[in-house]
Write a protein that binds this ligand. Structure first.
Ligand SMILES: Cc1ncc(C[n+]2csc(CCOP(=O)(O)OP(=O)(O)O)c2C)c(N)n1
Ligand SMILES: [Mg+2]
Length: 361
């Protein structure tokens, strides 16, 4: 690869931008249907043990790859989209990307690594260590795709190289992969997980080579001490201790607070993040928050954004159009709600320019 010149992105510059996304679709990926008892999803990695694909003597957990949800979204015909992966173990990159996503015209989609101590079986105190290893091993690369005028440009922050040593340590750190190491070491399966990861990263590298941004290595300059504390989510939710979704929601809300203040609506698909922030009919949210189904959350988020714009064009609303974020787990984004999320992302990235009620800024 040619020598890389870093693309330095300053948060002040992002916050000064006039662009505004219609909906940020936000998937926190804990790699199974956790809320209902750790069932396998399209996001579950190969050979992970779940309650519907438990590791036994013959079948060592999930037989199938971890599907790719982010890259294909660049090729469904959307016009203006911001796409990225994030990991709460890298908060500057996480919050920088979230701010840029909200400050991009069209649709945005972010996929967050979200560890689950309960379903993955590791100590609650290891959450950050596990999350950091995910990216450092090459398992969870951090990259970005900016689609402008229909043309995707790829870039990355880190995690493109597979480090075999960290990778094996990563697998060993979780009970869901315990059967790969005990009673005997299953080298074939371990090699296969690494092989599929390398294959995926090679594809990503190729896309960066062929369709890379002018400066394909991004670095967000963000001073965490200068950020406003988040005002969206109250402390005291019902998530497990050390839950990755807790870190994810906190960083998401912190980034969103910088951009939107309190002018925001969240739509939360059925999931751990939803039940744990709406226990006993008391919501943990200080801003408008809607619970909707797997199949409808993305469409409802889009409808809220579109309805505000139509009302504004017709002179029925004279306030600032709110930001809208749709939060969902991997069960809803990869599987049960996939077609609705995909359609809503592509519509929010293209339809507004085509609709006379919506294309007036
Ligand atoms: C159509 C439909 N099928 C099944 C369910 C039951 N259900 C509720 S939450 C959930 C699991 C959600 O998994 P995911 O989206 O990954 O979120 P997580 O709980 O892991 O945070 C399921 C299967 C449902 N609500 N709707
Ligand atoms: Mg899940």
């Amino acid at each position: 690869m040619k020598k890389i010149e870093r693309n330095i992105i300053k948060i002040e510059d992002l916050l000064a931008k006039k662009e505004k996304c219609n909906v940020l679709f936000f998937n926190y990926d804990n790699e199974a249907f956790m809320n209902t008892g750790i069932q396998e999803s399209g996001a579950t990695p190969p050979f992970a043990s779940t309650t519907t694909g438990p590791a036994g003597e013959k079948i060592p957990g999930k037989i199938g790859v971890k599907q790719d949800l982010v890259i294909p979204m660049a090729f469904f015909g959307g016009n203006s989209i911001f796409l990225a992966t994030v990991n709460p173990a890298y908060p500057n990159d996480f919050m920088g990307k979230t701010i840029e996503a909200l400050k991009t015209d069209g649709g945005s989609f972010i996929q967050a690594y979200s560890d689950c101590m309960r379903g993955w079986r590791h100590a609650a105190g290891d959450a950050v260590k596990v999350a950091k290893m995910a990216t450092d091993s090459g398992y969870w690369p951090l990259y970005t795709i900016r689609v402008k005028n229909g043309l995707p440009k790829f870039s990355y922050y880190r995690g493109l190289d597979v480090d075999r040593e960290i990778f094996i340590e990563y697998l060993k750190s979780m009970g869901k992969f315990k059967h790969l190491f005990r009673p005997t070491m299953r080298e074939k399966e371990i090699d296969q997980i690494i092989y599929f990861t390398e294959l995926r990263n090679k594809r990503l590298r190729n896309l960066i080579e062929v369709m890379g941004a002018e400066k394909p290595s991004d670095l967000y300059k963000l001073n965490q001490k200068k950020l406003e504390p988040q005002t969206h989510l109250q402390p005291g939710h019902g998530l497990c201790p050390g839950c990755g979704a807790g870190m994810v929601l906190n960083q998401l809300a912190t980034a969103a607070t910088q951009v939107a203040g309190k002018n925001i609506v969240y739509v939360n698909n059925t999931s751990c993040s939803e039940v744990s922030t709406s226990k006993d009919n008391v919501s943990s949210w200080n801003v408008p928050w809607v619970h909707h189904l797997f199949e409808s959350g993305a469409t409802v988020a889009e409808a809220i954004s579109v309805a505000y714009k139509i009302r504004k064009t017709k002179g029925l609303f004279d306030g600032d159009i709110p930001y809208v974020i749709n939060i969902g787990g991997d069960g809803s984004y990869y599987d049960i709600g996939f077609q609705f999320f995909k359609a809503a992302l592509i519509r929010t990235s293209s339809i507004l320019e085509m609709n006379e009620y919506l294309n007036q800024k």
